[in-house]
Design a protein around this ligand. Structure first.
Ligand SMILES: [Fe+2]
Ligand SMILES: [Fe+2]
Length: 467
């Protein structure tokens, strides 16, 4: 309210609400203010912004959709990234995008939108962009597209949105975007360093630059992240025109790994026992190796996100969180092997489970890793933690304590995820899963088929495939 208005008691013509004083009130307020001694910090935010609720919602919905598609797209590539460090980091990034999508979805539900409609939203142009992004030829190209093109574009748009929206009326959106950027900053920084590492290690730089340019033009052709930028012409030809994207089915490892898939048993794979079977030392090493080899669980849960995409947001979100947890378990295993005196790469890496799960329908692969694998871990981990504590083995006690908490959480979430994946009864699901794994384990030579009618037990699967 301006001083001019108050002096004559009338509003100027462009004020929508006229100032109408009641005699004495303003003077009384000024008098009361004199008795208030506190000078609290001034809040400098100014009222006003560029967006209506409808336009805010339109933009946030696109942000949500990009984040959801990024989570799914990285999931689709988890099997196909060979480099250990990149696979691990990608497991973490999947969750960053999932969590960004969750925050945006929640804010959208406060901006006149229903969760049902938010979850059902699709955009064919954005889908086309992701199809091309997914057609990366190898992991360095994947990082270029996911981080240097779309990741960076999103971070820029989020910062602009923070600047452009009203800092008073729409502060929940600002807080939401700031929290997302907290994850983006280290993620994009890591990606730049990782791409530089690929180039320094011999990956040709020029094709990466060409791919970056190609995707940037494609993004510009759909009006950028917001859809409101001036549209450029789409690049041609697109890779997806000649070859539509299909996710990989084979788990890849980098050259430092010595892998095996013809057995699930580490001693058989090594050709000898390091410690007497069932001794504490044997169980301890097996546990730590299994954690490191949960690099295959990043692949399993990441792939499920892709395979069940758009069926149920909560299931995608829970899978993304489990994917990150499994990346942590892998890191825990790697570090624990170092602390136990090993070069983690001297220990052969088990690919048995991931090889079977890779091409499988998600319900059966999920039943194996969750209902057999993770439930199986919980059957023995209490004893292991107690044995570690009584031996003063602080390394094993520490890591297995946290892993137990994680795996209990995975088992709890798993039940709901499986319901999204299949209508089969628990009994039918278990039987069909055992049949499929018997077939796969026989084909790998991990079990011998000695009868006409033969299906491995769930205990065998727990032992052979692990988790
Ligand atoms: Fe795990
Ligand atoms: Fe797990």
């Amino acid at each position: 309210m301006s001083a001019d208005n108050s002096s004559n008691g009338h509003s100027s013509s462009n004020e929508t609400i006229p100032y109408t004083p009641v005699a004495g009130q303003r003077e009384a307020a000024a008098e009361r203010r004199k008795g208030y001694p506190y000078r609290f910090p001034r809040d400098p935010r100014l009222l006003g912004g560029k967006f209506t609720v409808a336009e805010n919602g339109r933009r946030l919905l696109r942000f949500f959709y990009f984040e959801r598609r990024l989570m799914q797209a990285l999931g689709a590539w988890t099997l196909s990234i060979p480099e250990f460090e990149v696979k691990l980091e990608t497991g973490r990034h999947i969750f960053y995008h999932a969590d960004a999508a969750r925050l945006l979805r929640e804010r959208l539900s406060e901006q006149e939108m229903r969760l049902k409609d938010i979850d059902a939203f699709h955009d064919a142009e954005i889908d086309g962009f992701f199809d091309e992004l997914l057609s990366a030829g190898h992991a360095p190209e994947l990082l270029v597209g996911m981080h240097q093109v779309i990741g960076r574009a999103l971070a820029t748009v989020y910062r602009h949105h923070i600047d452009d929206t009203c800092p008073v009326t729409d502060v929940p959106t600002i807080r939401c975007l700031r929290r997302i950027l907290t994850d983006y900053e280290p993620m994009l920084e890591w990606a730049d360093a990782a791409i530089a590492a690929y180039v320094e290690g011999g990956v040709e730089e020029s094709p990466l630059a060409a791919w970056r340019w190609h995707l940037q033009r494609l993004l510009a052709s759909i009006g950028g992240v917001t859809g409101s930028d001036p549209r450029g012409e789409a690049p041609s030809p697109l890779r997806t025109t000649s070859k539509p994207f299909a996710r990989g089915t084979v788990p890849l490892r980098d050259v430092r790994f010595d892998t095996f898939k013809s057995t699930g048993d580490y001693d058989v794979a090594d050709g000898q026992e390091r410690f007497p079977k069932d001794s504490y030392e044997a169980l301890r090493l097996r546990f730590i190796r299994t954690q490191r080899d949960e690099v295959d669980a990043i692949e399993a849960f990441g792939t499920f996100i892709w395979d069940i995409r758009f069926k149920d947001f909560q299931a995608e979100y829970d899978l993304a969180r489990i994917t990150w947890d499994e990346a942590r378990h892998t890191e825990i295993g790697h570090r624990a092997l170092l602390a136990a005196g090993y070069d983690p790469f001297e220990l052969r890496n088990r690919l048995t489970g991931s090889t079977c799960r890779g091409p499988m329908e998600p319900a059966f692969a999920m039943a194996e890793i969750n209902l057999f694998g993770e439930v199986g871990v919980l059957k023995t981990i209490n004893q292991l933690i107690d044995a570690a504590a009584s031996r003063n083995d602080e390394l094993l006690r520490h890591v297995s304590d946290f892993i137990r908490a994680d795996e209990r959480t995975h088992v709890r979430k798993g039940g709901k995820i499986i319901q999204v994946m299949t209508d089969l009864s628990a009994k039918d699901l278990e039987l069909r899963t055992r049949e499929l794994f018997t077939e796969c384990l026989v084909s790998l030579g991990a079990v011998k088929k000695d009868m006409d009618v033969f299906t491995v037990s769930r205990e065998d699967i727990e032992h052979l495939v692990g988790e």
